[in-house]
Design a protein around this ligand. Structure first.
Ligand code: ZN
Length: 214
């Protein structure tokens, strides 16, 4: 039973991995359109993706200003969509920082269109997206602050991912108190409980960091 729940939570978390790689994004960055004039959008962004991002940032700004500030403080920030990452099973990755000092978060799927988003309500998709965004923003903030700068073994991998996953869970707990969460309160509270359990499970860390244990 516990294993079943943990498996579900891992699926909910998605394959969110943090990569700390010093590299330069390809020159595909587009200055416009950007969300709330603060974040550069790059890659395969569609109009629908831009609207989705803007809507969620506006919800944070208007209802959860502390979390909005948490994201905005990760600037300078580029958010990209690269379906080749999705094809590799990566829901999102964070890189900090490029040659211009920008943190880069790359999503592997158009927003609301990952395999985990299928059959979810729009509210559930939005909560999942904000959770993933906060997770990746945490990696960039940590890196800039000199925390968890290397992911070279199981222990350092767990430290990095624990930081991201705890913030991901924390923002979901906040969202559960607002309109978004109220739209699917029972399922979201169940999800939050499962994810909290998963964070204390060996299976979760095997999922994220097992590759370092050979
Ligand atoms: Zn991560």
């Amino acid at each position: 039973m516990q294993t079943q729940k943990i498996g579900t939570a891992i699926k909910i978390f998605g394959v969110v991995i943090g990569l700390f790689v010093f590299c330069v994004m390809p020159a595909t960055t587009q200055a416009a359109p950007d969300a709330l004039n603060t974040i550069t959008l790059a890659g395969e962004f569609s109009d629908a993706d831009a609207i989705f991002l803007r809507t969620n940032l506006e919800t944070l700004r208007d209802q959860f200003p502390t979390w909005y500030q948490y994201v905005i403080d990760a600037q300078p920030l580029t958010i990209a969509i690269d379906s080749s990452e999705g094809a590799l099973g990566h829901a999102a990755i964070a890189k900090c920082c490029d040659a211009q000092g920008r943190g880069v978060i790359t999503f592997g799927f158009h927003f609301g269109q990952s395999p985990d988003d299928a059959e979810q309500t729009i509210e559930a998709q939005r909560v999942a997206f904000i959770g993933t965004l906060v997770h990746e923003v945490t990696h960039i903030r940590d890196q800039r602050a000199g925390r968890f700068t290397t992911k070279t073994d199981y222990k350092s991998c767990v430290a990095i991912e624990k930081s991201g996953l705890e913030k991901q869970l924390e923002v979901k707990r906040a969202l559960a108190t607002g309109d978004l969460g109220a739209a699917f309160a029972h399922a979201l509270n169940q999800q939050i409980g499962d994810e909290a359990t998963a964070l204390r499970s060996r299976e979760l860390w095997q999922h994220y960091c097992g590759a370092f244990q050979n």
